[in-house]
Structure formats: structure tokens, C-alpha cells
Design a protein around this ligand. Sequence first.
Ligand code: FES
Length: 572
Amino acid sequence: MAERRSSGWYGGDDRNSYIHRAWMRRGLPADAFDGERPHIAMANTASDLTPCNAHLNEVSRSVADGIHAAGGIALNLPVVSLGETLVKPTAMLWRNMAAMAIEEMLRANPIDGVVLLGGCDKTIPALLMAAASVDIPAVVVPGGPMLTGTFRGVPLGCGTGVWQLSEEVRAGTLSAAEFRRSESSMIRSRGHCNTMGTASTMGLLAEALGMTLPGIAGTPAPDSRLLEAAHATGVLAVDLVDEDRRPSQVLTRASFLNAIVTLAAIGGSTNAVVHLLAIAGRLGIELTQDDFDRVGSGVPLLVDLQPAGRFLMDDLYRAGGLHAVLNEVRDLLDPAAITVTGRPLVDYLDDARVYDREVIRARAEPLQPEAGIAVLYGNLAPGGAVIKPAAASPELLSHRGPAVVFDSIEDLHARLDDPDLEVTADSVLILRGCGPKGYPGMPEVSNTPLPKKLLEAGVRDMVRICDGRMSGTAYGTVVLHVTPEAAAGGPLAKVRTGDIIVLDVAKRRLDVDLPDDELAARQPSAEAVAAYAAPTRGWEKLYVDTVGPASTGADCDFLIGSSGSQVSRESH
Ligand code: FES
């Protein structure tokens, strides 16, 4: 057996080893320091301010039991947690900071491996980015979705229901009191959002990447089978260290391509594009936005979940879960991609069964024959933009209409419901200044609300274009992640209200109908430029100064890549 990493702290008879051991003796057995038993951290994003992850302390106790049962030493490591609904201005502003802090704590401490406990949208991406950069044996425990709640006798999708009900309030068909009464119906139990939002997507993709105990992803948070799987993950973590199987062996280009196939088949969140690109960037794996279109857009949509469909995550679990979905597209998966167990992902699909064909469609009868993410280019998005056709209105996927431009979120809120706003159902709503730099963190605002007067007239979808992101629980014909963003000088900053916008998803085009020379000669809107944030201190400044475009994962330039598990220098 190779010398354990933790022995670099505890092995030896010198003063430093004494200090390291002595302070850790509290509660640990004497043989904890003899170099036989692996020390495994449980990087835990539980927090009362991240309600989706609040139950992870209970889950981590089962992980710890598993680690101990297998002979390891389990160590609690609370890490930066990001609650999607509470953290302002947007949790995405802090994803890279969380990943950096977790990375440094994994590297700085005497641990041989790590179990990563996450759930809410940014937590699993941040944990995986950190583990990829440090590259010590690591395995994810996804916290799992909440149970389905009902309101007015029908299931209410977490997140998606908020959009639907708030539009009903704006349209005058739901009272404010009823709206408020729906709150506890929507959040019925512990766990993360139960639609196919970003949290559900990233939990399932963690497994598709090979980074979880096979079969765990999608287990509802209150389900006792999650605790069973957490215990088994603790046992697995000890094996993982003994085998010295690291993220760089599991997270290969093949596993990322499997994740892209999975993303399409489940109809997952567009945010996964940014997160997978960022994780791949930590490992130096060549993965581009175009891979999502090339590999994913021919994959059928098989899962009928909200926001685009009908069901919720516990329906998916009941219907057979992720393995049942993957078994339908097995021929599209790379059999060489291994999981943390050392066996290929496809090996685990033999026993997969579909128990409800309404929730998980057969390959021959998909919800849509071609799903995935479409990447658009054109004079409005030279660096690319993405759209999720499965969440869009089919009749709007080819559209030509006049732009109605908003320079910022504040501008949108001030003018959207103005009865005098010149807008029709054919208009294209453009919201700019919301990219990684423009509104630091790239908030989920791209699915702008529709103007009230159009809502009242029965309009429920319009083409919307934005350089920000969209919540995975949202839906509509929304072009997002427009690159370069307006605040970085992208052509989106030059569009004027009344310009004709041409969207053609089949041809993968997004253009403003202007001659090249006229577009080149135009200056960016002064208001759009003014929307550029110029923070003067702290993380926000570091972020804005160093963040890259969405098209490459919106990571900070100084965090891309891997620096490994070696501590930078000894202190004593
Ligand atoms: Fe945490 Fe949706 S708010 S997963």
C-alpha cells in the first residue's frame, strides 16, 4: 500500500507530527494515526440558509457510519454553502468562490479522500470543481429531491409552480392570498427542487459522470433508501482511497460526453452547460459548447418532467430512475467511461426497468425525437448562445420580429408593464447587461416575464434573448448565455428597439437584420455600458476582473486547471 496522504501530517516522531496527532486525539482511536486507516472528509454543504441541503447532516451521519464500518476515519468538513433562493445577488456569483474555498480546504487538510455532499443548484458543481482541481479520491452523495406537494388538488412543481402561479396573479386569475397559501404545498419536504431544474439535473449528471455510487441519484431526500445509499457510499469511499481512484480517472472526455447524452435524454437544465464546461476546465479536458449541440441535440427527450413536461422527480424515481432512462440510450453511451467503483457506467444498466411509460418514454416513442441544447451563432452571438428547444414553443423556434430592448433588470422592471410600451406578441424581448461581468454572477433572469397587457390578452410565450442564465425550473422560448455579453462589448449592446431579430433554431442562427457595416459602425448603447459592474473590493472585484464567458464555463481564469493535492509549503 502506498503511503497515505494523511501520513504526511501524522506519521513520524517529530514535534509537528506530535502537534497534528495530539489535537486530533479527541475522540479518535489510537490506531487512527498508524497510517492504515484512511482519513476521509465529508465536505458537507448543509446549512440552515440552504434549506435544500439542511438534511445533509443526517445523510452525513450515514456516510460516517459507512466509513467507520469499512475501517476509515470519518471527518466532518462543513464547507461554503450556497442557497439558490436566498443568496444575493445570485448564488452563481459565489460558485467559483465556493469551489476555491473547498479546493483549498481539501488540499490544506490531512485527508486521503472526500465524500462530497451537495444538492442545491451550485453546490454539486462547486464540490466537483474543487475535487477535480485537487484530484484526491472523491465521491458525490446527491441530497435528493423533495417530495411532490399538491395545491388545488394537482401536483405543484417546485420553482416551476412559482413562475406559473405568479403569472396567474399578474393576469388576475389567482388572488394574492391563494398565492401565499401555496407556499407550503410547493415545499412539502426536505430536499432540493423536484422539477428537472439545475439541482435535479446536476445530481443526475454527477452519476452519469461516474462520480456517485451507481443508482443513488434521484433518490428522494426523505427516502430511507438515501440513507442506505449514503452508508454504502461511506464504505465505497474507503475502497476508493485504497484503490487510489481519483477524479481524473473517472472524469474523462468520455464521461462528459455521457453526461451530455444524459442531459438531453432527461431534458435537463441549461445551467448544466456552464457547470460541465467549468468542471472539465479544472481537468484540462477539451470540452466545448459545441459538443452539447453535436452530441446532445440528436438525443431523444425521454423524461416527461416539469418544467417542460408533467411529472416530478419522485415520479422519475418510481418509474425506474436514471438507470432506466440511460438504458434506453445505452448505445449512445461510451462503454469505456468508468465510475468511482472502477466499473463502467453501462455495466449498471442491465437490471434497469421502466415501471411507468408515461414518465420515462421508450426510445421509439420519445417526447421529442431530438432534444438537448442547441447552440446558435450569428451576428448577435459570435461566441454562441444556447436555447433549450424542449422548453420552447415549437412555433417560435423560427421567428422574425422587432426588438424591444431593456438595458438592465431594473430597466425591465420599470417599463415592462407600462401600458404604453410598444410591444406585441411578435416582438422579441431583449434583456442585456446580465452576463457574468455585467450583472456579476450572471443571474437567472433570461426568462423575463411577459408584458402584463400581453398576458391579459392570453399570450403565454414570446421570443426572449439575454446574456444571462435561466433557472432550470423555467420554460419558454428563451435564448440565453449570449456571448460575448453586452458588458464585454458584445453586439447585443448595439441592438436598438425596433431592429428586426431573426431566430432560426433549425439553422442554428441568431441575427439582427442589419448590414455588417452598419452593425460594425454602431456604438454600444451607453446605458448597456453603464450596466457594467465595477466593484472595487472583495470577491466581487476579483470575480469581475477574472471571470470568463459562459461559453467556456464562467470560471475565473486563475482557477482553471488542476494544481493537485500537494500542499504549497510546510508551515512549522
Ligand atoms: Fe435549492 Fe431549487 S432552490 S434546489
